[in-house]
Ligand binder design. Structure first.
Ligand code: BTN
Length: 323
């Protein structure tokens, strides 16, 4: 018997007790062997409630991420099934890119407890302290034309909104194109990097940063009024395993919808979650307009003061000879 099997049984019934008899039968082991495994899991930081005649219940996980716990909790088909967990990396984007070049399958996920060179959009750096957030990159190999890749960034924003809110009920809104905000503060960001060959999309690496359990003093002064963590906003510590699993479940569902039905349903979902629409937005050239909706490609349609409509694109960075 392995920890993971016992863990999977407990994980399969969140909040419920699993009786000793059920565990013995499922794993074909004695009560004493179960007890030993429970002790081992507790030594690893799991909290397991044991009540005579009711059985065992998973009451808490270790605060460090563990491969076994993540795999036991995941209910996706492919997303996160090929999973690499690192203590410290420069950027999960670079680790995943290496795997992608070696032929890693769609859904491969790289997670790190800490990034020393975490990067954000527009060449910014991304604060990624140890054990306090979700710093991960997901590999997709969609069969879509290269110019449509930014649609995936909008899809990712919706997936994150839906995944996070299931774990911590906060009023999350999407700011164009893919920042997640609560009370005007950024809680999460998405970085899409593509690799292309001869104008063909080879793969997409979607970087996801969620500020889960950072404290106010983890942020440098210039970020303090613009960013916050889920813990700071909700007053509760966030179970990162639960958060990762929830986001991946939503992501996989929406990605299937996208592959089956294209961008139209994703567009409606994005618009429903957006906080950017129907209020003034400063454009990169300094002008201001009122965003009205997304178009079929995923670009933002902005009404300008002279009544004209302008189309604003969210660029994805592309490697491989195409800019
Ligand atoms: C942004 O809002 O600017 C995007 C932030 C993306 C951060 C994530 S954390 C995991 C992945 N690795 C990185 O270096 N960046 C992304």
């Amino acid at each position: 018997m392995t920890d993971q099997t016992l863990l999977s049984l407990l994980e399969a019934k969140p909040g419920e007790f699993v009786s000793g008899t059920e565990i013995s039968r499922a794993l074909n082991v004695s009560r004493t062997a179960i007890w030993k495994q429970i002790r081992k899991l507790e030594a690893e930081g799991y909290q397991i409630e044991a009540i005579p005649r009711r059985g065992y219940r998973l009451a808490g996980r270790p605060s460090r991420l563990s491969l076994a716990a993540l795999l036991a909790r995941l209910s996706t088909e492919t997303f996160g099934r090929n999973l690499k967990l690192f203590d410290v990396v420069g950027s999960t984007q670079d680790e995943l890119r290496k795997l992608a070049e070696e032929g890693a399958p769609e859904g491969t996920l790289v997670i790190a407890e800490q990034q020393t060179q975490g990067r954000g959009r527009l060449g910014r750096s991304w604060l990624s302290p140890a054990g306090k957030g979700v710093w991960m990159s997901l590999l997709l190999r969609p069969e879509i034309p290269l110019p449509l890749a930014p649609q995936l960034t909008l899809l990712a924003a919706v997936a994150l909104c839906r995944g996070i809110v299931r774990v911590v009920p906060l009023p999350i809104g999407i700011k164009w194109p893919n920042d997640l905000l609560v009370e005007g503060k950024k809680i999460s960001g998405i970085l899409l990097e593509s690799a292309a060959e001869d104008d063909r999309l080879k793969y997409v690496v979607i970087g996801i940063g969620i500020s889960a359990n950072l404290e106010a003093d983890d942020y440098p002064e210039q970020l303090q009024h613009r960013a916050a963590s889920l813990k700071m906003l909700s007053g509760q510590a966030i179970d990162r395993t639960e958060l990762i699993a929830s986001v991946l479940e939503q992501f996989e569902q929406l990605y299937k919808l996208y592959c089956d039905q294209g961008f139209v349903p994703i567009r409606s979902l994005w618009e429903a979650h957006a906080v950017t629409l129907h209020r003034p937005l400063a454009l990169p050239d300094g002008q201001e307009g009122i965003p009205e909706s997304l178009d079929d490609m995923g670009a933002l349609r902005v009404r300008m003061p002279d009544g004209s409509l302008r189309t604003v694109y969210s660029a994805a960075s592309v490697d491989g000879g195409v800019s």
